[in-house]
Design a protein around this ligand. Structure first.
Ligand code: HEM
Length: 147
């Protein structure tokens, strides 16, 4: 119950500005693993990481990611209602060549973005609350890799 309040409270302001926060998250992700850029079929259209992150296709994906997080936050009381969607989302990411190991870096990037954006409000319990929700989302998406 406490977890949900922490997540909802922190998402209230972040969720109103999805794209800039998503850009912070993905800049961090591409710093942690630059090779992930190559999985986007439209990445050859840009010369640098910075250039990529400001291209419409990348901003589109960043927006999609933030909308999935938004959906998870809105469905904290019934995350299982997102199971089919998340399983299918996992399958699509397997198909584009993402490996489940990358979810570790994605999680770190999510926490990095929260830390940057929340400042003092980024506390150990808040970090744990987000990690708990993220691990549920990742667990369901990862089933999309099962044969
Ligand atoms: C689609 C890559 C993480 C949500 C895609 C596509 C690629 C991709 C290449 C297809 C092209 C496109 O739609 O732009 C990656 C990589 C990731 C990552 C490399 C990190 C390792 C995530 C995460 C989420 C997410 C964490 C949300 C939790 C989506 C959605 C789509 C998508 C909603 C559209 C799927 C559809 O077409 O139905 N992703 N993605 N992605 N991604 Fe990701």
């Amino acid at each position: 119950v406490k977890d949900k309040e922490l997540i909802r409270g922190s998402w209230e302001s972040l969720g109103k500005n999805k794209v800039p926060h998503g850009v912070i998250m993905f800049s961090r992700l591409f710093e942690l693993d630059p090779a992930l850029l190559n999985l986007f079929h439209y990445s050859p259209n840009c010369d640098s990481k910075q250039d990529c992150l400001s291209s419409p296709e990348f901003l589109d994906h960043v927006t999609k990611v933030m909308l999935v997080i938004d959906a998870a936050v809105s469905h904290l009381d019934d995350l299982h209602s997102l199971e089919d969607f998340l399983l299918n989302l996992g399958r699509k990411h397997q198909a584009v060549g993402v490996s489940t190991q990358s979810f570790t870096e994605v999680g770190e990037s999510l926490l990095y973005m929260l830390q940057c954006s929340l400042g003092q409000a980024y506390t150990a319990p808040l970090r744990q609350a987000w990690l708990n929700m993220y691990s549920i989302v990742v667990a369901v998406m990862s089933r999309g890799w099962a044969k």
